[in-house]
Design a protein around this ligand. Structure first.
Ligand code: HEC
Ligand code: HEC
Ligand code: HEC
Ligand code: HEC
Ligand code: HEC
Ligand code: HEC
Ligand code: HEC
Length: 340
């Protein structure tokens, strides 16, 4: 009698922990899907953060202290804005794990800094990222090719470098990380506006006066909404299908002006701003779901958990197995019973 249902219960017992897994949808395991998410940035995780304080005690403060070596007198001097580095921002940037001296010469340890140091050309992105498998997905080489064709590069006699947009001490990856679209737009546009909206910064790379962005875009209705919903680069770069972020900035007269370029079913935004989200979600959820998820609507069944999907399959399989085993024993033992 006992044997009649025994194995079935055993399997049911095994199912219990799985059901828990399913019910609570274990978030920890789920995130391990994406190695990027396991990196926890921040000063506390940078082994050089103490060493960096030898620079940041001046460069990370609004005012730095100088001591007269003879009299021991201390004065506080203002740190000029362009030499100021925000610690919190630096330790959240892509190069958060660096020592200052990975990119700057060790002689900067002394103050006043030697004149000769100013003549050292800085590293460029390709020095470290070029032809490196680890970063292949970013296509640094193709980005450089595009940049060299851009209005920025050609109109400034090649003085415009990647660092002019990618601040060495604050740059973060945006669109690829799939952050909130408005956040991506805001931060991306800030990369342009810190210079185009600031005659002082603009003056550092050009002898001409910058134009006033708001008034040159007066033709665009609802300008505030547009600048919140689309990026400058969506209108100002040539679309490049092989790059996530096009880098060939065209002269103003080639910029997108036609409303239907975006306000139509085959909007250019699908190949620019929405490219990453559209591609990623299409790969994982199929085409229909991708369009739904992109709009961040909540749709039953379009869940983002792979584990839950596998879990469901497993439970389905096991349940089926349990039923089969159970049936088998039922038939077998009931036969025995009859024979006796
Ligand atoms: C005592 C304060 C102090 C310390 C410490 C200090 N700096 Fe500076 N640094 C300055 C000031 C002030 C300037 C602005 C230009 C000048 O006065 O030389 C400057 C300028 C610079 C510049 C810009 C040079 C240029 O091209 O004009 C760099 C790069 C730099 N510092 C890097 C560093 C690094 C890296 C460290 C740490 C190893 C460091 N500094 C430590 C005060 C300091
Ligand atoms: C990934 C490389 C990298 C790291 C890490 C880095 N820097 Fe820089 N830094 C640069 C480059 C490149 C420039 C020149 C930017 C330019 O020419 O536009 C620069 C410029 C500077 C300047 C001059 C400001 C300016 O606008 O020219 C200072 C000061 C400075 N760095 C200090 C630091 C300090 C302090 C740290 C550590 C907290 C640090 N840097 C870490 C690459 C780096
Ligand atoms: C001195 C070498 C060096 C230079 C110069 C440099 N990088 Fe990096 N970069 C690195 C390293 C190393 C990392 C990985 C940092 C980490 O996460 O610990 C990195 C990380 C990144 C990442 C994030 C990669 C990822 O998948 O996590 C991006 C994007 C990036 N760098 C862009 C740039 C750009 C753009 C430039 C030029 C403006 C540049 N880097 C210049 C060495 C460098
Ligand atoms: C005119 C400004 C500008 C210049 C110059 C520039 N970039 Fe960018 N770059 C951007 C913007 C804006 C983004 C979008 C940021 C985001 O969404 O991650 C970006 C994104 C990137 C990314 C991330 C792309 C991805 O697939 O996630 C890399 C890598 C990069 N740039 C490298 C470079 C290199 C290398 C250079 C120089 C050869 C360069 N950039 C010059 C503005 C610029
Ligand atoms: C909807 C598309 C669109 C967006 C978004 C957009 N622009 Fe433009 N932009 C244009 C067009 C079109 C022109 C040319 C206007 C003309 O010739 O009348 C232009 C002109 C310019 C010019 C040249 C101005 C001049 O007088 O020569 C600059 C610089 C510029 N834009 C920068 C930006 C920046 C920075 C942003 C983001 C804050 C931005 N644009 C966003 C379409 C756009
Ligand atoms: C460090 C300053 C700086 C940054 C950052 C910057 N630009 Fe520029 N931009 C310039 C300068 C300088 C010129 C060339 C002006 C000239 O000499 O004609 C220019 C030219 C342009 C032009 C061509 C204007 C024309 O008359 O044809 C466009 C469009 C433009 N920028 C858009 C952008 C966008 C979009 C971004 C952000 C992704 C950006 N810029 C980031 C300084 C900057
Ligand atoms: C680069 C792409 C792009 C271009 C070019 C563009 N738009 Fe838009 N437009 C958008 C986006 C994105 C929104 C925000 C959509 C939303 O939030 O619902 C928007 C919003 C609007 C809105 C507000 C809609 C509302 O719900 O309030 C109007 C009106 C509008 N656009 C008209 C125009 C006109 C007219 C033109 C041509 C002169 C134009 N747009 C060019 C992308 C674009």
């Amino acid at each position: 009698m006992k044997l009649k249902t025994g194995p079935g219960y055993l399997i049911l017992l095994l199912l219990v922990p799985l059901l828990f897994l399913y019910a609570f949808n274990l978030p920890v395991v789920q995130e391990a899907d994406d190695p990027q998410e396991l990196i926890v940035k921040g000063a506390e995780n940078n082994p050089f953060s103490e060493e960096n304080e030898t620079c940041l005690r001046c460069h990370g403060e609004q005012k730095y202290e100088l001591t007269d070596p003879v009299t021991g007198m201390v004065v506080r001097r203002p740190m000029s804005g362009s030499y100021y580095i925000d610690r919190d921002v630096f330790y959240q940037s892509v190069h958060w794990s660096f020592a200052c001296l990975d990119c700057h010469l060790a002689d900067y340890g002394e103050y006043p800094h030697a004149l000769s140091l100013r003549f050292e050309p800085p590293y460029n992105c390709l020095d470290c990222h070029g032809y490196d498998e680890t970063y292949a997905r970013y296509k640094f080489e193709d980005i450089e090719t595009e940049h060299l064709k851009s209005a920025h590069y050609t109109q400034t006699n090649g003085e415009f470098s990647c660092w002019n947009c990618h601040n060495p001490h604050s740059y973060q990856v945006l669109a690829r990380e799939g952050k909130d679209i408005f956040e991506v737009v805001r931060n991306s546009n800030n990369m342009c506006l810190v210079c185009h909206g600031d005659p002082f910064k603009f003056g550092l790379v050009s002898d001409i006066e910058p134009t006033e962005i708001i008034s040159t875009h007066n033709w665009l209705p609802n300008q505030r909404l547009h600048f919140k919903a689309v990026r400058c680069i969506d209108c100002h770069t040539e679309i490049n299908d092989s790059l996530l972020v096009s880098h060939n900035m065209r002269p103003a007269e080639e910029a997108v002006k036609g409303c239907v370029s975006c306000h139509s079913s085959n909007s250019i935004l699908m190949g620019t701003l929405y490219k990453y989200e559209a591609k990623e979600s299409r790969r994982e959820y199929g085409f229909v779901n991708s369009a739904i998820i992109r709009n961040n609507s909540y749709v039953i069944g379009a869940n983002r958990s792979k584990l839950m999907n596998y879990g469901s399959l497993l439970i389905f399989g096991l349940t089926l197995g349990a039923v089969l085993v159970h049936t088998f024993f039922r038939i077998r033992f009931s036969k025995k019973h009859h024979n006796e």
